[in-house]
Design a protein around this ligand. Structure first.
Ligand SMILES: Cc1cc2nc3c(=O)[nH]c(=O)nc-3n(C[C@H](O)[C@H](O)[C@H](O)COP(=O)(O)OP(=O)(O)OC[C@H]3O[C@@H](n4cnc5c(N)ncnc54)[C@H](O)[C@@H]3O)c2cc1C
Length: 444
């Protein structure tokens, strides 16, 4: 940062997919001129938005059986925006390869799951008209390894659709920024610039970074789990804590042609274990993610240990919430097994049992633990209700917004940007215009 006295109308903190989607929306669809973004790493999308850190899935809610109808409805609206953006980009720059498209299905195994999935289809097909119910024969045509070696008496059923988007969300960050610059050449991106402290003044926030000070009339914090830490430093979100749920993956040579999800226990806020082709290499199938608690805000970054505990909160209340949540029988058993999946020797032997629900003939020699792959989801713990919340959280303060983004935060990035843009215009006393019509025409 050369200029030590920078002033913006809007400053975005965090260059993941949520921050860059907002930058894109503000630049392309509003007349706000002075917009800045700071990112602590030397590149965009290095944390949870990196292709190696998440499941690369554009979640719509059609095959995610842990979503209620209402949740699926809202996620679909937002995921459709990303889908439109991706398809528009493909037309204008085919070489970019932001995504690949495959079939995707959710597979029910055994009578009870088959009955439940059949019932789910009756409701969810209203929202997803392209979803089809398929039985063993057609499942085998689309995904032969699901049927090969399976007990012929075992009941199976699947819901399938062609709209299986596998997205490189890091590349999407870059695409958002490139297009933002076309919309507004005045925007400034400060990489390798870390927010250290934020202070509220009369008309401006002062953002102290390791490269100097920035002033901004309004601020949007899109720093993943760190958003809650920053919120707490300003007195917001005091009743919230974070449970950092790391997800690991196993890989195998291509055993599936598309995405195959298993049925999730409704209580759990995580996508069930699934198999997907790698976004840039369909010859590799990735299985996961697992979910185990870690005491870091960023996976594979031990310097975020203290930050985690500051975000979690040191009082009695978060500890009581944690015990209440973790000692729920379903969650407790789930977490214990998921911790074991990461252990050498035993992990693979346990995890293969899950995978054999999808690919019964999977061999031990085919499966490999994907070292260094997988980020961590900042799941919100509400210390008032003592419950683990299902998805993303947003805190609105005085001319400041904080986005905390577990899954499906990448799928909902443009919908989130739409909401934040409307709020920012309000923060700036409606002196600027948000061209919602153009946004809706392009992306809805
Ligand atoms: C295992 C796993 C699987 C997932 N699968 C999916 C999926 O299939 N589909 C889906 O939609 N979502 C998925 N998610 C969730 C998704 O990855 C996140 O919701 C999404 O990437 C969040 O984007 P973000 O921009 O908020 O966060 P991030 O990508 O983490 O970006 C936050 C940025 O803020 C920066 N930052 C933090 N602190 C500071 C600071 N003090 N100063 C400056 N910069 C700072 C960080 O460096 C980082 O670049 C998954 C997550 C995990 C962990």
């Amino acid at each position: 940062m050369n200029d030590t006295n920078l002033k913006y109308d809007v400053l975005i903190v965090g260059g993941g997919v949520v921050g860059t989607a907002l930058l894109y929306t503000l630049s392309k669809y509003t007349d706000i001129k002075y917009i800045g973004l700071i990112e602590k790493y030397s590149d965009l999308g290095m944390v949870n938005s990196a292709a190696t850190k998440n499941s690369q899935t554009l979640h719509f809610g059609d095959i995610e059986t842990n979503y209620s109808f209402e949740k699926a409805k809202s996620v679909k609206l937002y995921a459709d925006m990303v889908m439109k953006y991706l398809e528009n980009e493909k037309k204008s720059d085919y070489e970019q390869k932001l995504f690949s498209k495959y079939s995707k299905m959710v597979l029910a195994v055994g009578k009870s799951q088959v009955d439940d999935l059949g019932k789910r289809f009756l409701t969810f097909s209203q929202l997803f008209p392209k979803l089809r119910v398929i039985a063993r024969e057609e499942i085998g045509k689309i995904e032969p390894r699901i049927v090969e070696g399976r007990d012929p008496d075992q009941e199976i059923l699947a819901l399938v659709t062609e709209d299986g988007y596998t997205v490189d969300f890091k590349k999407l960050c870059h695409s958002f920024v490139d297009n933002a610059k076309k919309g507004n050449p005045e925007i400034s991106i400060h990489l390798s610039t870390k927010l250290l402290k934020i202070v509220k003044g009369k008309d401006y926030y002062t953002i102290k970074t390791d490269k100097g000070e920035i002033q901004a009339k309004t601020v949007a914090i899109a720093a993943g789990g760190h958003s809650l830490l920053i919120a707490k430093s300003l007195g917001y979100g005091k009743n919230l804590s974070v449970l950092s749920m790391a997800g690991s993956f196993y890989t195998a040579p291509k055993v599936l042609n598309g995405k195959v999800y298993t049925i999730q226990v409704a209580k759990l806020p995580f996508a069930a274990i699934h198999g997907d082709p790698e976004v840039h290499n369909e010859k590799i199938t990735r299985f996961g993610p697992t979910a185990k608690p870690i005491f870091q805000l960023e996976r594979h970054n031990s310097s975020t240990f203290l930050e985690y505990w500051k975000t979690f909160g040191l009082g009695l209340s978060p500890i009581i919430s944690l015990f209440k949540i973790i000692f729920d029988k379903v969650l407790f058993n789930y977490i214990v097994v998921n911790i074991l999946y990461d252990l050498p020797f035993i992990g693979k032997r346990l995890f293969i049992k899950q995978i054999r629900m999808i690919v019964p003939g999977m061999k031990m020699s085919e499966l490999k633990y994907a070292r260094g792959i997988g980020g961590t989801r900042p799941q919100i713990v509400n210390n008032t209700t003592r419950k683990l919340e299902m998805g993303e959280a947003k805190l609105i303060g005085d001319k400041i917004i904080f986005n905390i983004t577990p899954s499906p935060g990448a799928s909902t990035c443009l919908g989130n940007a739409y909401t934040d843009t409307a709020k920012i215009i309000e923060f700036l006393d409606n002196k600027f215009k948000f061209n919602k019509e153009a946004f809706e025409k392009d992306l809805m």
